[in-house]
Design a protein. Structure first.
Length: 277
């Protein structure tokens, strides 16, 4: 029985399956339905991990149809305490260039799916998201970064949209004016749900393009995104291998207050004192 695994959610163009030893695809029964795919259990540099393809193998699930609740539930049931999110993003800031790897530290949620909470079934709670990314682990990686042969940019405000379409130029300029640095379609729901159940969540954003805020640049297209992701795939895999020991040793932090402590429903009306799985 594995005491603890590192959870890795891979996004567009990110596939670690060939790098994992003792690999086994595992089907988990989840209260909130089916996760995006089976979970891949195994060892990455001898560290136990649970890898989940966010869009399923073959990239068959669009961002607005991902079952985020089931994905986080499946990782929780896999004895994961730390979730590493990897996602493709566009840049809203000239300081973030295609090819950069950015560790985000904030986000603006402009997704339209509002049913993203484990506080349901007559139980109301409010998790603190002032610092939505696990600060202790973020700082540990930042302090260790000078020992790496990889360049990481630390700190970035991620704007989350539902997709699957890219932004209009007007939307892109609005997000930039709001203070957005990067734009993507997946991080906010994952970070919210992870925080509610006490999982440490951090996000690596792979910059594939400039979003459409600059009229002098060509609009975003899938060909450009896929081409740049292909170039970055090995770089991201090697970075994860170098950091996996930090993820494995990371302990739960004060960032994540327990599910019960966030409940505001009158005790007389509470039917559940914990999440439903």
């Amino acid at each position: 029985m594995i005491d603890k695994r590192v959870g890795i959610i891979g996004g567009s163009g990110v596939d670690f399956s060939k790098d994992i030893k003792e690999a086994q695809w595992v089907n988990l029964d989840c209260v909130y339905g089916k996760p995006s795919d089976l979970l891949l259990y195994g060892l990455l540099n001898d560290a136990p991990i649970a890898f989940l393809p966010r869009h399923a193998r073959g990239h068959i699930i669009p961002p607005d149809q991902i079952n985020y609740k089931a994905n986080i539930e499946a990782l929780f049931k896999s004895n994961v305490t730390t979730v590493i999110s990897i996602s493709a993003v566009g840049s809203l800031n000239d300081n973030f260039l295609p090819g950069d790897i950015v560790m985000i530290d904030q986000y603006i949620d402009n997704t339209v799916n509002k049913n993203i909470s484990f506080y349901d079934k007559n139980l109301v709670g409010h998790a603190s998201l002032a610092d939505p990314i696990c600060k202790k682990l973020f700082n540990q990686i930042k302090n260790y970064s000078n020992q790496l042969n990889h360049e990481i940019k630390f700190g970035g405000n991620y704007v989350g949209i539902s997709g699957p379409s890219f932004s209009t130029r007007a939307e892109s300029r609005m997000y930039k004016q709001l203070g957005g640095d990067l734009i993507g379609m997946t991080v906010p729901p994952e970070a919210k749900l992870a925080r509610e159940v006490g999982l440490c969540y951090i996000g690596f954003a792979l910059v594939t393009d400039f979003d459409s805020w600059d009229d002098s640049k060509p609009p975003v297209d899938v060909t450009t995104v896929e081409k740049n992701l292909l170039k970055m795939n090995n770089k991201m895999k090697n970075l994860l291998k170098d950091l996996i020991s930090i993820f494995q040793l990371h302990e739960e932090t004060e960032d994540n207050v327990s599910f019960q402590n966030n409940i505001v429903t009158d005790p007389k009306y509470r039917k559940n004192l914990k999440f439903n799985f």
